[in-house]
Design a binder for this molecule. Sequence first.
Ligand code: PEP
Ligand code: MG
Length: 616
Amino acid sequence: MKTEKPAKKAKRAAPKTRGAEKPRAKAKAPVADPRGQSVFEGLGVSPGIAIGQAHQRDGGDVQVIERQIAKSEVESELERFQGAVAQSLRQVAKLKTKAKTFHGTAAEELGFLLDAHTHMLESRSLVGGIRQRIQARLCNAEAAVMAEIGVIARNFAEMDDAYLRSRGQEVREVGLRIVRNLAKATFSGFDHLEPGSIVIAEEITPADTALMNPRIVGGFACAIGGAEGHTAIMARSLGLPAVLGVGALIGAVHSGDTVIVDGSNGVVVINPSAACRSDYERRRKAMERETQALGRLRNVAPVTRDGIRVTLQANLELPREVGQAVAAGAEGIGLLRTEFLFMNRDDLPSEDEQTAALTEIVEAMPGRPVTVRTLDIGGEKLTSSLGAHFAETSNPALGLRAIRLSLKEPKLLETQLAAMLRASAKGNLRILLPMISTVSEVKEVRKILANVAARLKRRGVRIADPLPPLGVMIEIPGAALTADALAKVADFFAIGSNDLTMYTLAIDRGEESVAHLYNPLHPSVLRLMQFAVQAALRARIPISICGEIAGDVRFTALNLGLGVRELSMGANALPRIKSRILNLDMQAATQRADMIMDQYDAGRIAALLDDFNDAS
Ligand code: PEP
Ligand code: MG
């Protein structure tokens, strides 16, 4: 079988042109033709082609059910309403940033409109009027919003001045945004859509993506979002073609329009011409054939041409992907993100519930390692069930997140560890800690783990003996630079190149306006990785990479050349990476990595890597 070379056009992590920078999400004006076809460009974050009918998530009317509330519910209803207003303000602020990238008068017009929306969301008359209705009429927040905007919009409609009359529509839009945000809190999914629908939205969160069933949703496109954020990762792992950061989509698509999402090239086509559609159909079939061909590698061991064995594991976002990981030939789960347990719900999962979810995954991978990471919530990864633990902070990526939250809320951590220990009795489970920055954090967790284990044993609960290995994510520059010290207290390392890149370069991984500057090939990131790899090799503890570069063929030669022999990635990427490994000479890759590590310019590094990939 023909083995795989890195696709030069791999759009997500690979720049189209050689050099340090990735392509920007272009805020291009749509290219319209007389038949009504429009083409938009954005960040292609999850490869593949989807063709289907648009479901405009933020548009249209919302069904509002009026409900009488008890006096005792008033406070919580007011809180729910204020939460929806705050979320609406955040959304509008993001859209305003996006609007600035538009061309010409479009930027100005949308900017004015969004300023007006902000003003309304902050206005005492609208917000105060709605609060007053909830309190005085004891109605639910949704009904209060609809009633109040109905009155204000009617008042505007009766005005003589045409400009003021048009403001009525804006009030309605603002009201509907608040209602949608209230409704989102009830976690409405996508299962009611026609199979193959394309979801179009201002923003899709990771929790929204978790609700998408690939048998129903064909793909999605939205105005906001960067390539390395969790929405993008989740889309890739579900195999849903997705394009993010397409600001010009706002208002340009209507439910029922035919849409093509080309997640490989970052293109969205609305109402394609017949020729365009058949061209995309042809490309989609070709991709399906390629995937089928790669599928035949399932039982082939990933060994380089010069005989070096590599281990390929899968990252899991959602338990339902475990079958896919097995089908792709994953030799274990290198990273199980447990955030799914906390998403789309208001309460916290119990120890029993967590145990059942983990046991199912461990049992689906008999004899193979399952690396379960403790909760990594905070920053861009927020869930409603933990909302109370997060105050609004100016810099959430640097705030109370991941292991810091777990250590501050020991009950949360103890419940997770107890569930992991109980599941460890059923297979080969490893525990992984996110966002570790100091040795003392690892020691503290180890102590808590020992206490939880002792408690379970006293209760006669079966757990693994000896206790599961306890590993550390290397994803903060400070952790990478002290990897030698961490190697003394950790049983294994997993390099989180996504956060390592973000924190080293001070680039928000989920922010499309700086997405072109996000570059794991920056020499600083590579030096940190190299330092951690060498510390692990010296201490003889296993080290893997589970960030997105592990699943990108462009990086395979460099990852292995640096000395890593274990890669974990979204299951969809695994066959392609295996194909690349079968085609690779480890000695040559090591020499190229040595040459790359002597460079200080990211552009030169990219060129050296691409030349190597082209030639081998
Ligand atoms: C990483 O940061 O590279 C990583 C694997 O963790 P996450 O993407 O979940 O933050
Ligand atoms: Mg991370």
